[in-house]
Write a protein that binds this ligand. Structure first.
Ligand SMILES: [Mg+2]
Ligand SMILES: [Zn+2]
Length: 182
């Protein structure tokens, strides 16, 4: 079985200055991401799960998101890092779909498709919904203070969510995971 890191995209891997990330010229990997992924790649496969409500709200198209994802995959490939798959929820919250995080639908789909052991897998994200998705699926969780992480930290504290670690950046998250593999 494989161990996976389920990673949020915006604010965790790439810069998310405003809430809709889709323009190629806005693409930027966050500090520590390449190093952190390299540290983890010896033990884990990588899956990205991203809520893209900008599609449902008509801010941008699915095609924009797919092009942006292609850029992300290619930039990481240059560093010898492989992303197995990117799962996109294209819906707005009011669509009441079954795939928007904190739904664990994509976690379960990937579990089947890539033979993943969820108990030995992790979720990393910069919003409480990422932690919630991880806890619901028995993965271990890391809350990242990058992206919108600082902004939502008080919501995390007020919630009953309990991430295994709160990380300053992606590299610190990666090092914590490597030091806590059982
Ligand atoms: Mg995010
Ligand atoms: Zn959805």
């Amino acid at each position: 079985m494989n161990k996976a890191i389920y990673i949020d995209r915006d604010g965790t891997l790439v810069e998310d200055p405003n809430y809709y990330v889709y323009k190629l010229e806005d693409f930027g990997l966050l500090p520590g991401v390449v190093k952190g992924l390299k540290v983890l790649s010896k033990e884990f496969i990588f899956i990205i799960i991203t809520n893209q409500s900008g599609i449902g709200r008509g801010v941008h198209t699915l095609k924009d998101t797919e092009k942006f994802n292609e850029k992300l995959i290619n930039e990481l490939k240059k560093e010898d890092i492989e992303i197995k798959k990117i799962y996109i929820c294209p819906h707005a919250p009011e669509d009441n779909c079954d795939c928007r995080k904190p739904s664990i639908k994509f976690i379960k789909e990937a579990e089947k498709e890539f033979d993943i052991d969820l108990k030995k897998s992790w979720v990393i994200g910069d919003k409480p919904i990422d932690v919630k998705m991880g806890e619901k699926s028995e993965c271990k969780t890391i809350y990242a203070l990058t992206g919108h992480g600082k902004e939502y930290f008080k919501d995390l504290e007020k919630s009953n969510l309990n991430p295994d670690f709160v990380a300053e950046d992606f590299l610190k998250a990666a090092k914590f995971i490597i030091n806590n593999i059982k």
